[in-house]
Design a protein around this ligand. Structure first.
Ligand code: ZN
Length: 278
C-alpha cells in the first residue's frame, strides 16, 4: 500500500472552499474521505493554536532599572514613590495601552524602563518586565484607585485608532505603524502569565480593559480615544475575553472615558460572555 502525504493546505481549502491555496487536485488523494481531512485539519489547527500559546518570546527584566529610574527632564524626582497594593483586596484588571510613539526594538530596549507600565511589549514581541504587578502606577486613571488595581500592559508603537483607516495620532511627529502578529501574540501570552502570577500572589484577574474607557484629562474630558487602538483591543483584549474567560467592558460601560467604540469589536467579540461593570 502506498501512502501519500496529503497537502494540508489543500485539505483545508476543501473544507473551507473560500480560502483556496496551493494546488489542490482531489484526484491525487482518492483514498481520503472527508472525515480524515477534517481530522487532519483539526490536528493542524490544534498545533497552530498550541504554537501560538506556547511560543516563547524573549523576556527582559527591567524592574531594577525602572525602580531606580529618574523621571522628568531635570533629573531625579524624589517625589516618585511606588506604592504596593495587596492584590487580594482589590478588583484587579489588566489595561491595554499603546505608547503612541514609533521606535525600534533596539531603542525600546534602552528606554522601556521609563514607560509607566507593569509590562511592555516591543514591536518584535519582546516582553519587558517593568514594574512588579502589585505596584500602583498612574497609568489608567480611575482604575488605579480603590476598589480597583490596574496592571498596565503597554504596546510600543503608534497605532491607528481604527485599524486600516489612517487614524494615527500626529504621525508626522511620532511616526506611524501597525502592531506585528508577534507583538499581539506576545501581549496575549503576557496576559496569560499575568493571570498566573496574580493567582500566585493570592489575587484574581477579573477582567481586561482598553485605556479609552478610563482616559480623561483634569477637566474630565475623555482624552485617550486611540489607546490602545482597535486592532490591539480586538486581538489581545477580546481574545483574552474569549479564550481566557476574562471579563470585558459591557457595552456602554466607561469609567471616566468613553465606552469601547463600536468599530473596535473584532472576531472574538461574539465569544466574550463575561462583562465588567461598575
Ligand atoms: Zn493608555
Amino acid at each position: 500500500m502506498v501512502w501519500q502525504l496529503p497537502n494540508l493546505a489543500a485539505l483545508a481549502s476543501m473544507l473551507h472552499p473560500g480560502d483556496v491555496s496551493g494546488d489542490w487536485r482531489p484526484e491525487a488523494f482518492p483514498g481520503w474521505c472527508r472525515e480524515d481531512a477534517e481530522n487532519l485539519v483539526a490536528c493542524q489547527n490544534e498545533r497552530e493554536d498550541a504554537d501560538r500559546v506556547l511560543a516563547d518570546f524573549e523576556v527582559v527584566d527591567l524592574e531594577h532599572r525602572a525602580a531606580a529610574a529618574t523621571y522628568g527632564p531635570d533629573g531625579p524626582n524624589k517625589r516618585t514613590r511606588y506604592r504596593r497594593v495587596r492584590l487580594s483586596s482589590r478588583r484587579v484588571v489588566i489595561s491595554l495601552h499603546q505608547t503612541g510613539v514609533e521606535r525600534t526594538e533596539a531603542r525600546w530596549r534602552k528606554s522601556a524602563h521609563r514607560v509607566t507600565c507593569n509590562r511592555f511589549i516591543g514591536p518584535t514581541g519582546v516582553r519587558y518586565r517593568v514594574h512588579p504587578l502589585s505596584t500602583r502606577l498612574v497609568a489608567t486613571n480611575r482604575f488605579d484607585r480603590k476598589p480597583w488595581h490596574c496592571i498596565a500592559i503597554e504596546l510600543g508603537g503608534n497605532f491607528e485608532r481604527i485599524d486600516g483607516t489612517g487614524t494615527w495620532y500626529k504621525p508626522d511627529r511620532f511616526g506611524f505603524g501597525r502592531a506585528t502578529d508577534a507583538q499581539l501574540d506576545a501581549a496575549f501570552v503576557e496576559v496569560q502569565h499575568i493571570c498566573q502570577e496574580v493567582a500566585d500572589l493570592g489575587g484574581v484577574v477579573e477582567g481586561i480593559v482598553p485605556h479609552v474607557i478610563a482616559g480623561r484629562d483634569r477637566r474630565g474630558r475623555p482624552n485617550r480615544q486611540a489607546c490602545p487602538g482597535s486592532r490591539q483591543w480586538a486581538e489581545v483584549g477580546e481574545r483574552a475575553g474569549a479564550e481566557l474567560g476574562l471579563a470585558v467592558p459591557a457595552p456602554g460601560f466607561a469609567l471616566g472615558g468613553e465606552p469601547v467604540p463600536e468599530e473596535w469589536h473584532g472576531p472574538y467579540w461574539p465569544l466574550c460572555d463575561r462583562f465588567l461593570a461598575a
